[in-house]
Design a binder for this molecule. Structure first.
Ligand SMILES: [Zn+2]
Ligand SMILES: [Zn+2]
Length: 340
């Protein structure tokens, strides 16, 4: 079978390798769709601090079960699936206390261990999430990033009836805003400095968009949310200017969820965090319950996903996906790799 290996930053080689062997608890998946995400792009640029080369990418995946080990009970041949890419130790404090997603020695498939960028991929059934037959393969590959958004929103508490501000309209910001809306938020506002990404957000049903390169965010908040401002803020970019915005525009007592991955250490005014009694909350990936919630939202038709898929490439053209992203001038949201 064909396997796509990122041998060094900016390079992908295709190798012919043996199909994975199947242990008793393993599921063999035929890979059908792979979403490219921001972290993958960091790996492509050699900027991901916790990934070494060579690496097989692929952690946002839709596929079909082609074989199962003899002890597998969760799925059968022909089932549509996606998977949770976390490899956890099961022994550390978080693992022992129901928080395996922040395992002390967490490895993620496609980064610290092999991902599914190959025609067939074997994994222990623990990782496997069975999908309804009605779900498309594109939707299947989007369950992982939706789960990131579901977990991020959950970290901010119940959003029903609340005014939610999402900073950043990239794929995760867009999905986070959509999940907030689908979870009963009274109003959702999303910001970016890219008119393209804000237009994408509107296409996905987030009507209240603010271009912070042109508009004053504090004024926009007063205008759209009123003097009560935002009840919950989610920073989905991972850079200092948006983190600063979050702290500055927060109403006293607000929770700010830090969703973005910071490449550089930001300077944040912790004096404001103290004086305004803000809660700064981190969020990392997800657990199985978040996948289940993501599945529900998609099954209920509450997520706009087609509008988010801006580019498609065949498996053989994997590298072109990255070139397209580089050449797009930021005009992309979700790039999908397709396998037959
Ligand atoms: Zn991802
Ligand atoms: Zn652990």
């Amino acid at each position: 079978m064909k396997q796509a290996v990122m041998t060094e930053p900016g390079k992908i080689s295709f190798y012919d390798v043996a199909q994975p062997a199947l242990a008793d608890h393993d599921v063999l998946m035929q890979t059908k769709r792979i979403g490219v995400c921001g972290s993958d792009i960091h790996v492509y640029h050699g900027m991901h601090p916790y990934t070494s080369y060579p690496v097989v990418q692929g952690h946002e995946v839709g596929g079909v079960v082609v074989a199962v080990g003899k002890a597998v009970t969760k799925v059968k041949e022909g089932d549509k699936i996606t998977f949770m890419p976390q490899v956890t130790c099961g022994e550390c404090y978080p693992c022992q206390h129901g928080m395996y997603h922040i395992c002390e020695s967490l490895k993620v498939m496609g980064f610290q261990t092999g991902g599914a960028a190959q025609e067939y991929f074997a994994m222990p059934e623990w990782h496997v999430i069975k999908l309804p037959e009605t779900m498309s393969l594109d939707q299947a590959a989007m369950i992982e990033p939706i789960s990131v958004a579901v977990h991020a929103i959950a970290r901010g508490g119940d959003v029903a009836g609340k005014r939610v501000l999402v900073l950043g309209a990239g794929a995760i910001g867009n999905l986070t805003a959509q999940v907030a809306k689908a979870s009963g938020a009274q109003a959702v506002m999303i910001t970016d400095i890219s008119p393209y990404k804000l237009e994408k957000a509107r296409q996905c049903g987030i009507d209240c968009t603010v271009n912070t390169a042109e508009e004053n965010l504090a004024e926009a908040i007063l205008q759209h949310f009123g003097p009560a401002k935002a009840d919950l803020i989610l920073e989905c970019v991972g850079v200092e200017p948006t983190m600063t915005q979050a702290v500055e525009v927060a109403r006293k007592g607000t929770t700010i969820v830090v969703v973005g991955v910071f490449g550089q250490k930001p300077q944040v005014d912790l004096g404001l965090v103290q004086d305004r009694e803000l809660s700064l909350v981190g969020t990392l990936m997800y657990q199985q319950a978040d996948y289940e919630r993501a599945l529900e939202l998609v099954a209920e038709g509450k997520m706009h996903l087609d509008e988010m898929i801006t580019h498609r490439f065949a498996f053989e053209d994997y590298l072109d996906a990255y070139h397209a992203i580089e050449d797009s001038n930021g005009h992309y949201l979700k790039v999908m790799i397709e396998l037959d």
